[in-house]
Design a protein around this ligand. Structure first.
Ligand code: TYM
Length: 415
């Protein structure tokens, strides 16, 4: 008893470094399950960087990445949507030195269709895959959604497979990509489960509570789950790709809500003889109602889904997209609109590929020359095209293709 008390005390002292929990009432709430910022200003990302202990992606770092890949940075990087990182310089240096690394990202299949916000990290990951030419592993955490949502194991596995099709439709190269569902892969690969066990032994309950905010009434499956999201950071979880090499680190592109999992992993990995995973974080694609919350699949009216029809997209944008325009046309013409809070403009920053067009829209809306209805019409056309392209590609994906993406197999690389 005395011994376990001492253990608790030590564990409390040894919290995961910079565990990122809100320290005052004024802090935004950002964790893997909740995102809420201020009603008027949205999420303060600078404050978040400080609290989480990560670093802003600087123009110099972007320039180095462009140099080593020989590619112009993706718009999501140029425009600051991917805004923060951990150890990106290590990865760039490895690329410069021709040393191996891989990309790791994932999806928790909670809904049949993904929303366009979910596609942000995957679109960016596709660019990274092309630019770096390295292996990519994509984890589908059907077990996570079984534990957190009121759905059966069968349903969560079915959703994982459906979401795999959405992900494949982004255009990933099969020869360089392995997609796996936790429920299936754990049975196929003993090393994956062994790594999960190794991670889980390295984190105390107190540390997990500090990092994730678990409470006494959370089931023990939830408390154990972070070790399952951590294990793909260890290259030996994929013996068919990396043989049994421990010295290959990963780079994880994701929105910043997933950071707690990897803060924990970065603490554990060196103790297990691995390099720390590096990260690139994106801001949140906002809900239609505004930047104080992220687009969420559980609120139909907050989100545009990749399954939405052109008519649904038009209706949702016109009805729900929060406007930074003025109350009357006269006032708008005189004082102009506010792009910082206008959801349609913010969406275009994520998805409009043309920098010049975006800048022209910004100037015209800010000066009052462009009205809210005109801005919304531009966004509607852009989103309709993007979603229609995804749907077209998804319709062509066969079950055999999905099976192949999800089959443990060597990828194109030689290690
Ligand atoms: P999930 O399914 O909640 O989200 C999938 C990916 O989308 C990001 N994301 C968003 N990005 C921009 N705007 C939004 N509104 C938005 N909402 C979600 C998430 O950060 C994530 O990158 N536990 C994870 C699955 C997972 C994972 C990973 C994610 C397993 N391993 C490794 C990233 C990296 C989850 O439930 O993601």
């Amino acid at each position: 008893m005395a011994e376990s008390k001492l253990e608790d005390q030590l564990a409390n002292q040894a919290r995961i470094s910079g565990d990122g929990a809100p320290s005052d009432e004024d802090d935004d709430i950002v964790d893997p399950w909740n995102v809420a910022g201020k009603a008027d200003t949205g999420i303060d990302y600078d404050k978040l960087i400080k609290r989480f202990g990560c670093e802003r992606i600087s123009p110099e770092l972007i320039a180095r990445l462009e140099k080593v890949t020989g590619q112009t940075a993706h718009p999501l990087l140029r425009r600051g949507m991917f805004f923060s990182h951990r150890d990106l310089l290590h990865i760039i240096t490895r690329k410069e030195q021709n040393k191996p690394f891989y990309l790791y990202t994932g999806r928790g299949p909670s809904s049949r269709a993904m929303h366009v916000g979910h596609m942000v990290p995957f679109m960016f990951t596709k660019w990274l895959q092309d630019a770096f030419d390295v292996p990519l592993v994509i984890q589908l955490t059907d077990d996570e959604k079984f534990l957190w949502k009121n759905i059966s194991i069968e349903e969560s596995m079915m959703l994982a497979r459906e979401n795999a099709k959405d992900i494949i439709s982004v255009g990933f190269d099969m020869e360089k990509t392995f997609i796996f569902s936790d429920f299936s892969y754990i049975g196929q690969c003993p090393q994956f489960y062994q790594n999960i066990a190794l991670v889980s032994r390295s984190v105390t309950f107190n540390q997990a509570r500090g990092c994730f905010g678990f409470g006494d009434s959370d089931c023990i499956g939830k408390i154990h789950f972070p070790s399952i999201q951590a294990a793909p950071c260890l290259a030996t979880s994929f013996p068919h790709i990396f043989k049994n090499r421990k010295d290959i680190p990963c780079l994880i592109p994701c929105a910043i809500d997933q950071d707690p999992y990897f803060r924990m992993t970065r603490d554990v990995a060196p103790r297990l003889g691995y390099l720390k995973p590096a990260l690139m974080h994106s801001t949140f694609f906002p809900a239609l109602q505004g930047a104080q919350s992220k687009m969420s699949a559980s609120d139909e009216n907050s989100a545009i889904f990749v399954t939405d029809t052109a008519a649904q997209i038009k209706k949702k944008i016109n009805k729900f997209a929060f406007s930074g325009g003025k109350a009357s046309v006269e006032e708008h013409r005189e004082f102009g609109g506010n792009c910082d809070i206008d959801v349609s403009y913010q969406y275009l920053r994520f998805f409009c590929p043309d920098d010049d067009k975006l800048e022209e829209i910004r100037q015209n809306y800010t000066s009052g020359k462009m009205l809210t209805g005109e801005l919304k019409a531009i966004l509607i056309a852009e989103l309709q095209k993007m979603v229609a392209d995804l749907q077209l590609r998804r319709a062509k994906i066969t079950e055999q293709e999905v099976d192949e993406f999800m089959r443990p197999r060597p990828l194109k690389f030689n290690y």
